[in-house]
Design a protein around this ligand. Structure first.
Ligand code: ADP
Length: 481
């Protein structure tokens, strides 16, 4: 399942909180209202019940002998009078729960009041447990029914008195409805305000994070970075401060690592150069001692031997000169003399040199007008010399070599592509070719590409390559215009 983004989650949480609190308040208020209302109405009903009881007792005292059977006759007029005076209905049942007389006989069909008192209520009346019950009549309307024993002057029960109480209905519902409408109005206002607030808040938080994220994207540990700035002293502010502190430390350690890497690279290189120089020295010494002996012995072939040895020594010395030159080229690199140069002219120079000493076909296509760059001309020439030399050396002997060079515009920079049809760079060494000292050639020093990369990066550009086995390699270089 896709996770919602932070902004939506904050927004939805706030809205959910409002809805939950709305429902909680609503339910709490509703139940509270209901129980308070019920308490109020039942106490009112009790008062009415007491008043009627008193009137009935008073009336009973004025009568002679009274029993359950005579009640309908004795109370035939009185029951309506009592109902009118107290403004309610009154029913009398015998002790088995059968209706004796009612102030309003229609009430049973109209309101759904039971014609008979249930045995459970009768039992409870006998036990003295209950007098008021909440009933549901027709149309699910709720009403109270109050029951009590009507007793003679000696306290013997004569009948069951019942008064229904309907007022509970309308007032109760009306009050709750009014309250809920008010509550809804308040909550709609609150909801709108909170929605806006939630939106602003979630925007504020996520935009802050976004801003920090954008700034972090620009961080390059190899360079010094400007610390992030945060105006307010909030949680994000402390995050930023902590981040800035870590950035500074990371920069320090990156610089230290780079320095130690550079130092160890140099050390490695010095070892390699010493080794390369030492290699031919012993054979050279042996050759000279061999000549010395020939001379001492007055060897008749002395002259021939001398010529051969001289050729071999000159060759070895040339190799040593080459090594020394390459190393000194590499070592001289940091002192760049920047000037405005025409890149295409430098490329043409390089092509010129190599077209003399190889039969590889070289084509050069310029596809942009902006070919002026600020750079050290000698270093840039060295870059192309190295790349062309590598390209030529990569072409198998049995293949007609073709090298195409393109000069293009690229993201506001100049891009040079050098494409050969050589054997390609095998996958297992692709990672290493820019590392100083790495070579696959018996006479190579492995410094060429390391130097090229160094020069290009010192000039603010980039270098990368694409290669296909047996089809060739293309090197890409970019330069700031
Ligand atoms: P060197 O030329 O002395 O070996 P470089 O640093 O110039 O040193 O090159 C390193 C290695 O990269 C080479 O030995 C070679 O294996 C590989 N390489 C460089 N350029 C190419 C190319 N155009 N095609 C195939 N392999 C290449």
């Amino acid at each position: 399942m896709k996770r919602l983004n932070l902004k939506t989650r904050i927004y939805l949480s706030i809205i959910a909180m409002i809805l939950v609190s709305f429902f909680a308040t609503g339910i709490f208020a509703y139940t509270n209202f209901k129980s308070r209302n019920e308490a109020y109405h039942s106490s009112r009903l009790e008062r009415k019940e007491k008043a009627i009881q008193a009137s009935m007792d008073y009336f009973l005292k004025q009568q002679g002998e009274v029993n359950t059977d005579s009640i309908p006759i004795i109370f035939s007029d009185k029951i309506c009078e009592l109902a009118d005076v107290h403004n309610l209905d009154l029913n009398l049942y015998d002790l088995s729960g059968k209706l004796l007389i009612s102030s309003n006989p229609n009430i049973f069909t109209e309101k759904g009041i039971p014609q008979k008192v249930s045995t459970s209520i009768l039992q409870k009346l006998t036990d003295g447990d209950v007098r008021i019950v909440l009933e549901k009549g027709k149309d699910n309307d709720e009403f109270y029914l109050a029951y009590w024993h009507f007793s003679d002057l000696e306290g013997r029960p004569l009948a069951v008195t019942n008064i229904p109480y309907f007022d509970i209905q309308n007032e109760n519902r009306q009050e709750i409805e009014n309250f809920l409408i008010d509550l809804i109005l308040i909550y709609v206002g609150l909801f709108i305000a909170a929605s806006i607030l939630a939106l602003l808040l979630s925007n504020y938080i996520t935009q802050s994070l976004q801003r920090i994220g954008d700034k972090m994207k620009g961080v390059d540990l190899g360079k010094t970075n400007t610390p992030l700035e945060w105006e307010t002293n909030d949680e994000i502010g402390s995050l930023v401060t902590e981040y800035n502190r870590m950035l500074k430390e990371a920069e320090k350690s990156a610089i230290a690592t780079a320095r130690s890497e550079r130092e160890s690279a140099w050390r490695e290189m010095a070892k390699q150069v010493a080794h390369e120089i030492k290699n031919p020295l012993t054979p050279m010494k042996l050759r000279i001692q061999y000549l010395q002996r020939a001379m001492d012995d007055k060897d008749p072939d002395w002259e021939d031997k001398f010529k051969n040895t001289a050729v071999s020594l000159i060759n070895q010395i040339d190799t040593l000169t080459n090594i020394a030159n390459e190393f000194s080229n590499f070592a001289q690199m940091p002192k760049a003399k920047e000037q405005n140069i025409e890149l295409s002219a430098v490329i043409e120079d390089a092509i010129q040199i190599f077209s003399l000493e190889s039969d590889v076909e070289m084509t050069f296509t310029t596809q942009t007008e902006h070919t002026n760059i600020t750079a050290d001309k000698d270093q840039i020439l060295r870059v192309f010399n190295n790349l062309l030399k590598n390209a030529i050396q990569a072409i198998p002997v049995d293949r007609k070599g073709e090298i195409s060079i393109y000069l293009k515009e690229y993201n506001g920079m100049v891009k040079v592509e050098i494409q050969d049809n050589g054997s390609g760079v095998p996958e297992e060494i692709q990672e290493n070719i820019f590392i100083p000292n790495f070579t696959t050639k018996s006479k190579g020093m492995g410094l060429g590409l390391a130097m090229v990369k160094n020069i290009i990066e010192n000039h603010g550009g980039e270098i990368w390559f694409k290669t296909k086995k047996d089809e060739g390699t293309t090197f890409y270089l970019t330069f700031k215009v």
